[in-house]
Design a protein around this ligand. Structure first.
Ligand code: ASP
Length: 287
């Protein structure tokens, strides 16, 4: 199974219409890998990489800029099998921070990178041939979406292993150097061996309730993923008054999503039959 979102926010209709096909494509790319027996990490990275590459979402190429006009990107990948994660924070000049986050997780003894060292890490990743650039490591592009939000996914592979990702240009009007929830383990994404979650919304507030870890704990304690997602958003709202969205999937093949924003383009593909569902708002959940 893969559940993928393109960000929770106050989406304008035209932006939503442009974003949804990219979220669908990302989900299809990830699901194809899972279907062929690939790992949840491979699926989650490839899925997220498409959303970073498409230019229609607030990640990678399409990321919104900070107040200084610079795209500073945050991304994280979580491996639920061993509770490992890799994060990169406020990265510039990198097209696919999700791959760099995975490199950090798999090829270094550390989990979080920021500052000048991220550039060195990026150089090392290329030098070791871990990932290649499709074009020189530039994240500026003609496509500035400015209308979407963080992207992320939770992938569950044939071994029932779970990976979760998040990747973002951050909130509007962010100051230079600001880092949100997206690369923070337990806040922007989290997974263990039974459940995974990834969040989107106002990072300063998502961090306050460690939204993804909280939602996964609800599932670990016996709630079904849909109830857990809704309860997580209720908690965020009651504790902070803020807005967010969260998507969840567990190793039993169940999923859930919740938001208290206008929309959150979300696609789920699951099972042998590749059953496909698309959601844009809470109303779709009731349909
Ligand atoms: N959570 C992201 C952040 O605070 C933004 C978003 O999801 O829209 O950086």
């Amino acid at each position: 199974m893969i559940i993928v979102h393109g960000g929770a926010g106050d989406w304008k209709q035209d932006k939503l219409a442009a974003a949804l096909p990219e979220v669908e494509k990302a989900a299809t790319i990830g699901f194809q890998i899972l279907r062929n027996g690939g790992s949840c990490l491979d699926a989650a990275e490839a899925c997220t990489l498409h959303m970073e590459e498409c230019g229609k979402l607030n990640a990678g190429v399409g990321a919104r800029s900070n107040l200084d006009g610079v795209q500073e990107l945050d991304a994280m990948i979580v491996d639920g099998v061993n509770l490992k994660s890799g994060s990169v924070m406020a990265v510039t000049g990198v097209r696919h921070p999700i791959s760099l986050a995975r490199f950090a997780m798999e090829k270094t003894p550390h989990s979080q990178f920021a500052g000048e060292g991220v550039k060195k890490l990026y150089e090392r990743m290329l030098a070791e041939g871990y990932r290649k650039e499709t074009s020189p490591g530039v994240t500026s592009s003609p496509f500035h979406s400015q209308g979407g939000d963080t992207v992320g996914c939770v992938a569950v592979d044939v071994h029932a292993h779970i990976a979760a990702t998040s990747s973002t240009g951050g909130i509007p009007d962010k100051m230079a150097g600001r880092v949100g929830d997206s690369p923070i383990f337990g806040a922007g994404a989290y997974a263990d061996d039974t459940c995974g979650a990834t969040a989107t919304g106002w990072g300063e507030h998502i961090i306050r309730v460690l939204l993804c870890k909280t939602v996964v704990s609800y599932v670990d304690d016996g709630l079904d993923p849909q109830a857990a997602a809704s309860r997580g958003i209720d908690l965020l709202k009651s504790k902070t008054g803020s807005q967010a969205g969260v998507v969840v999937a567990d190793s039993a093949g169940r999923y859930g999503l919740a938001m208290n924003t206008k929309a959150m383009p979300t696609v789920v593909i699951c099972g042998k039959s590749a059953s496909f569902r698309r959601f844009t708002s809470t109303a779709d959940l009731q349909a």
